[in-house]
Design a protein. Sequence first.
Length: 66
Amino acid sequence: MERKLYKSNSNIKLDGVCAGIADYFKMDATLVRLLWVIGSIFTGGFSGLIAYFICAIIIPRQPDVY
């Protein structure tokens, strides 16, 4: 079965990017958010913010399952 990367519909803080990445890698969303913030701080601050907004634009929203 092929896995696809989607933004989360259920675990959203800003746009669901970190939760979607956490779902893809089967990790805790809080850990991914924490790693994203720490990585952003060590790479200059705004690079992580820019990367987040690029991911928010590029990664599709998870389709609704009925």
